[in-house]
Design a protein around this ligand. Sequence first.
Ligand code: ZN
Length: 215
Amino acid sequence: MSEQISHHIPDALMASYVAGSLPKPFALVVATHVSMCDECRANLLAHEAAGGAVLETMGEEPLSGDLRSRVMGALDEQIDVTPDVAETPRKGVYPGPVMAALKGSDPKWKKLGGGVRQCIVDMGLEGSARLLHIPAGRPVPEHSHGGLELTLVLQGAFSDATGRFDVGDVEIADADLEHVPTADEGQDCICLAATDAPLRFRSFVPRILQPLFAI
Ligand SMILES: [Zn+2]
């Protein structure tokens, strides 16, 4: 699968993930991509090893035992997140991290209009991620977003003004991008999307629907 992936997790985002500073919805997208992508898994391990090396160096300084154990403890806790998530098995097109976030149950879809369906994935106080099911050949309503949006393809493919995204590819869209992702013909597209601000749909009907669907 990995050799088909052409849009990966940028280094700065991976560094934030390893540092434990990403909001949970983004961390879910990164963890899910890493579970699908050998290249990014190697990059993740390199970042984690670099973090460990920094702590080893700190160990040679006169660092109080208490502080050192707290730092090491924090690092262990954060690194443990990955194996825990990896223990949940993939189910159909949903990789382990997605199934873990869904607590093992199938997605509960709600209609968005135009045949598009979504399933909100609750991430507690840090917002939500969502699964999007886009019928083959159909667009997602045009929208812009106030912040960063990460979209990972789990099935099928979509295209927008920035390019084409296949299974495993991650699109990173910032506040300036107004895009109309359109699913490829031939197969319905299922994506995992995370945003750090509510989407602002531009067409009239979706804007009315927005409070109902909490998008
Ligand atoms: Zn990758």
